[in-house]
Design a protein around this ligand. Structure first.
Ligand code: RB5
Length: 149
């Protein structure tokens, strides 16, 4: 079976953390697609959020990771895409809940508010936690219904 491909993107505020998490994902055996940014030079988060979210929207990727300073800009842009549920996560408990209850398919990290060490733990927890389904399935379907109107 081929490795799961995970797109990852960041702006300048998330660049250093992206490099760290890219290495973590590779060491875990994932096939990482780095959409940039590729330097700490100032850039715009939406330029990375949209191509990454597009892959999740179309099903080309099952899950993805985005990083900016607060996580907010990346989440705003990614969540405009149908079927994308991008969660800003700043500790392992929220990482687990974003999967268990919300079936988050994009992990968004606020690089200016989490350490590298915390981020690695958050990433691993997020990747390893399944969706709980049940009553949460119905709630997620209601998000999609609103999108279609
Ligand atoms: C960049 O300075 C910063 O505004 C950006 O990384 C992000 O926090 C936006 O939501």
């Amino acid at each position: 079976m081929s490795a799961e491909r995970i797109p990852i993107g960041a702006d300048h505020a998330g660049f250093a953390l992206k490099e760290k998490l890219k290495a973590t994902l590779e060491s875990l055996g994932y096939d990482v697609e780095d959409v940039g940014t590729h330097s700490p030079a100032s850039t715009d988060y939406a330029d990375y959020a949209h191509p990454v979210a597009q892959e999740v929207e179309t099903g080309e990727a099952k899950r993805a990771v985005l990083i900016c300073g607060t996580g907010l800009g990346m989440a705003y842009a990614a969540n405009r895409h149908p079927h994308v549920r991008a969660a800003v996560v700043w500790n392992t408990e929220i990482a687990a809940l974003s999967r268990l209850h919300n079936d988050a398919n994009v992990l968004v990290l606020p690089a200016r508010f989490v350490s590298e060490e915390e981020s690695v733990d958050i990433l691993k927890t997020w990747l390893d936690t399944p969706f709980e389904g049940g009553r949460h399935e119905r709630r997620i379907e209601k998000i999609e219904r609103e999108e279609e109107q």
